[in-house]
Write a protein that binds this ligand. Structure first.
Ligand SMILES: Cc1cc2nc3c(=O)[nH]c(=O)nc-3n(C[C@H](O)[C@H](O)[C@H](O)COP(=O)(O)OP(=O)(O)OC[C@H]3O[C@@H](n4cnc5c(N)ncnc54)[C@H](O)[C@@H]3O)c2cc1C
Length: 320
């Protein structure tokens, strides 16, 4: 039995999925011990965490926490972990989660294992974690009094439980140095409404799209399927789409039921973000493109003809 402390990041819709996955790990590692959740300034998200395995929820409130400030959250996490005597400190393996956990670990002078897919309590604690954007799994041991880990997205299922947890609001101590790094501006993701990380279907375009206009048929198909639009780095580097649409090692990791990759070669760094897809349909004019090795289905041909033809067929089948 140990004490787990889980950082639960939130967004407009409540707790982030990957944070609930982290909570599931926290519950398993606590093995009947207390599972504490830390939430920053989001009362609604905090209220539901008992149903995801938390036994106590700490809600940090501070006038400066209206924007993301990783050092400030790292300090709060570190102070709370110390106060609770936590044996494991867990966070979501998202960009935000890893940023905060790394800073909290530096404050505590502890090692930090990011993007774990499994953690075993023992002496030492051992982890299996993703390296190189998920193309390599590493077994590692944490020789430290407290294990600080983050959970790779989609590696551990979030598990609802029949439980409730009291929410305890508190005002953390912060000073100017904790707030030196903070978000000062946000660029909204392209409209569309379906989150790339959580979409059930993703339609992506690569260099084969040829231009930003080449994404119009992709957007149309995505609209018909209720899908999110993604892209490769060749596309974001060309300025055809925003970085928020990029799938891959340095983009978003996706796990849809269906990934439709149009004009994408399937470079290792791209597939690092797409390997969570249950089925892949590749549309490519090159039958030898590397993506064919990962594809469940393939259409060999020009995406500029094939993508509109799929949309037309969907419309015809729906009688529209
Ligand atoms: C450190 C690092 C990190 C990286 N991170 C990422 C990342 O996160 N995500 C990412 O995507 N990449 C990433 N990359 C870049 C990656 O290595 C590739 O360069 C990139 O994924 C290639 O994009 P692409 O498949 O669109 O282009 P290409 O490799 O040029 O492939 C284009 C494909 O389109 C096909 N095609 C062309 N015209 C048509 C047509 N009309 N119809 C059908 N098919 C057509 C071609 O046959 C080809 O297979 C990273 C690279 C590095 C070094």
């Amino acid at each position: 039995m140990t004490t787990s402390l889980v950082l639960v990041t939130t967004s407009a819709g409540g707790a982030d999925d990957v944070a609930l996955q982290a909570l599931a790990l926290g519950r398993r590692l606590a093995a009947g011990g207390p599972v504490h959740a830390l939430v920053i300034d989001d009362e609604a998200a905090a209220a539901g965490l008992g149903g995801w395995g938390a036994t106590a929820v700490h809600l940090a409130r501070h006038p400066s926490l209206g924007v993301a400030a990783p050092d400030a959250v790292a300090r709060i996490l570190h102070d709370l972990a110390t106060q609770l005597g936590a044996g494991v400190v867990i966070g979501p393996g998202s960009e935000a989660g890893n940023t905060i956990l790394a800073r909290a670990a530096a404050r505590a002078n502890l090692p930090f294992a990011a993007n774990c897919i499994d953690v075993k309590i023992g002496d030492p604690v051992t982890v299996t974690r993703q390296r190189w954007g998920g193309s390599l799994l590493e077994e590692a041991a944490i020789h430290a009094p407290v294990a600080m880990v983050s959970v790779a997205p989609h590696a551990i299922p979030a598990t609802p439980v029949d439980g409730t947890a009291a929410v305890t609001p508190f005002s953390p101590e912060l000073d100017e140095t904790d707030l030196a790094v903070r978000v000062v501006d946000r660029i909204a993701a392209a409209a569309g409404g379906v989150s790339l990380a959580e979409a059930k279907v993703v339609v992506s375009g690569g260099r084969g799209a040829g231009s930003s206009d080449g994404f119009k048929p992709i957007e149309e198909l995505a609209g018909l399927l209720g899908a999110a639009v993604g892209c490769s780095r060749a596309v974001t580097i060309s300025g055809w789409r925003s970085h928020t649409d990029q799938v891959g090692q340095t983009g978003t990791k996706i796990a849809p039921n269906l990934y439709i990759a149009c004009g994408i070669s399937g470079a290792t760094q791209h597939m690092a973000g797409a390997k969570g897809a249950k089925k892949i349909l590749a549309i490519n004019k090159d039958a030898e493109a590397p993506i064919m090795a990962a594809a469940d289905y393939a259409v060999i041909g020009d995406m500029h003809q094939i993508v509109p033809a799929i949309s037309a067929e969907i419309r015809r089948a729906r009688g529209a």
